[in-house]
Design a protein around this ligand. Structure first.
Ligand code: I3S
Length: 128
């Protein structure tokens, strides 16, 4: 698929494994379902492929398409308040389209890198 065959045309700014759950879809609250996802930040898009762990090959595997893609333009990515989750290191991502999701990692340094990367992307695309 186009996502995967042009690594040099569209380099990923960042990728890795994160835990993710949607909490709101099109403005409506949805039930949490924490899942380990291969996560890619590509331009202003944040892509998730579910069921992928660090050891499995997303690019070579049969799951060639991300399951969830959100556009960060006009959105936000802030540290989640305690009432959003009992987990540590949680970022709440909100999109202009009314999708809200939580991303989390057990690793403090890893989630800090993601927080910085998401903030960078959102400020870079702020006026689009
Ligand atoms: O915000 P909540 O409802 O306390 O979230 C927890 C639940 O979604 C729970 O699932 P069930 O209610 O379907 O059993 C999950 O297992 C928990 O992980 C959720 O809370 P955390 O605090 O882990 O985000």
């Amino acid at each position: 698929s186009a996502y995967l065959q042009e690594p040099n045309d569209k380099p990923s700014e960042k990728c890795g494994v994160l835990n993710m759950t949607k909490i709101t879809e099109n403005g409506k609250k949805v039930r949490k379902n924490w899942t380990s996802c291969w996560t890619v930040l590509q331009g202003s898009n944040l892509l998730f492929a579910k069921g992928q762990s660090a050891g499995s090959s997303w690019f070579g595997g049969n799951q060639s398409k991300p399951e969830i893609t959100v556009d960060l333009k006009g959105g936000s990515a802030e540290w989640a308040s305690k009432d959003k989750s009992s987990k540590k290191h949680v970022i709440e991502v909100k999109t202009r389209q009314g999708t809200e999701l939580l991303i989390q990692s057990e690793s403090d340094s890893l989630i800090n890198e993601w927080h910085r990367a998401l903030q960078d992307v959102i400020s870079t695309h702020a006026w689009e």
